[in-house]
Structures are given as C-alpha cells and as structure tokens.
Design a protein around this ligand. Structure first.
Ligand SMILES: [Zn+2]
Ligand SMILES: [Zn+2]
Length: 145
C-alpha cells in the first residue's frame, strides 16, 4: 500500500527537456504522484506532447479526490464507500464531502469490505449504486493501468 503524502507532483523520468503544445518546457518523460501514489501516464499521451507534466497534473487534479479515511487518491471510475464526516477518528485532511459523508476508497487495508460499496466517483460527482456492482467501467483516462 502506498504511503500517504500531502502533495501531488510531477515525477521527471527523463533528464531531457521537451517543448509541449501548452507552451511549457518540462521533462520529456514524466509520471505523477497523487498524495503518495505513483501513476504512470500512457506513452502515447506523453509522445503527443500536448501538455507538459505539470498541465496534466493540474488537469487530473480536478477530477481526482482523496479517500476520506486513508488519504490516497480516488480516480474517476473508482468505486467508493461513504463515511459519516462527523466521525472524529477520521484524519483531518481536506476531502470531498457529499451529503455530509466522506467518500472513501476500496483499497484493502482501508475499507473493511468492498460489500460496503455505495457508488462510484465519476470524476465530477458521486454516482450512487443500489445493491449491485458498477458495470460501466468505461472511463478512459491518461494513465496506464
Ligand atoms: Zn504545460
Ligand atoms: Zn482509503
């Protein structure tokens, strides 16, 4: 399990710099870390040179939230559980609150049981499920799996 950090950064994977269409110069190859968890970017996304590592980070940062319990990232398309935000045992990190509840991840060691699954984070909002699995796993992000 990744160790929680309180920042998100670009990880430079190359000493070489490149010019990107966003107007910035940055590492030719890069990955990201979101609150302590590394995510690699699809090679074709990097090769397209549309956005630098920092611009991708800023864009993804808008649709990735933190787990209300372990603080690790919740990506678009991830299943979530909900915790009452009044639970004082939860860490004081800034998280996304939906109707008085904190969304939490399904990582082993964080969530007691995936059976508590209550919905999905779609990158913008919480989508509840009722007594079943989420089948639409069609989110296509810039990350490798
Ligand atoms: Zn840029
Ligand atoms: Zn968690």
């Amino acid at each position: 399990m990744s160790k929680r950090k309180d920042s998100c950064d670009v990880i430079a994977l190359s000493d070489k710099q490149a010019q990107f269409a966003c107007g910035h110069t940055g590492p030719k190859e890069f990955a990201h870390q979101f609150w302590g968890e590394r995510r690699d970017v699809k090679p074709e996304i990097i090769a397209a040179k549309e956005k630098c590592g920092k611009c991708w980070l800023d864009e993804m940062r808008k649709c990735i939230i933190r787990c209300g319990q372990c603080g690790l990232p919740i990506y678009p398309g991830d299943g979530v559980v909900r915790y009452p935000d009044t639970d004082r045992t939860l860490p004081s990190i800034s998280v996304h609150i939906v109707d008085g509840t904190r969304l939490g991840c399904l990582r082993v060691g964080c969530c007691d049981s995936a059976l508590q699954l209550s919905g999905e984070w779609d990158g913008e909002k919480f989508k509840p499920v009722f007594g079943g699995y989420i089948v639409d796993d069609d989110y296509e992000g810039p990350f490798t799996d």
